[in-house]
Design a protein around this ligand. Sequence first.
Ligand SMILES: [Fe+2]
Length: 188
Amino acid sequence: MISKTASPPARQQSARSQRETHRTRLFATKNDLPAEVRTRGVDLLNRRLADCIDLQTQCKQAHWNVKGPSFISLHKLFDDINADVGEYVDLLAERVVQLGGVAEGTARCAAERSTLSEYPMDIFDGQDHVEALSSALAAFGGACREAIETTDGMGDADTADILTEISRGIDKWLWFVEAHQQGSGAET
Ligand SMILES: [Fe+2]
């Protein structure tokens, strides 16, 4: 008999095992990349997808809560970044599906898998959000660069190209955010 009141851990386990099943599933496609390359690409892309969804929520967290003299410019900047990061989420998820995989893009997957640090809930000052969001952008940009190397080495130039587009955009936004810290002789 199936219990109607499964405990939360039991439900989580069930969702996790469902995702494990999906992770190994590869749909048939006429795409000529070898199945092994597509499987590795799907796994890697789903990991970066989790990071990217996490990053998007962090942009909004900063957009909503920033305060101080630079409020309006940072409030708008963080929302502009959020819009582009949303496009990167779509690029990653759709590449997973192009390779025959299942895009795993729920908030629960992202929370479980993201490699980004937790965004602080107790910051409000503009400079604190600049520091926190620039750290998240830098971490995601680094993970994308690593993934470019990996997918290029696997012979999947198209996934590497998509990741390059994303990392190029992330580098631009990192510049926009970090410029708020660089005006007072903060050279290395
Ligand atoms: Fe808004």
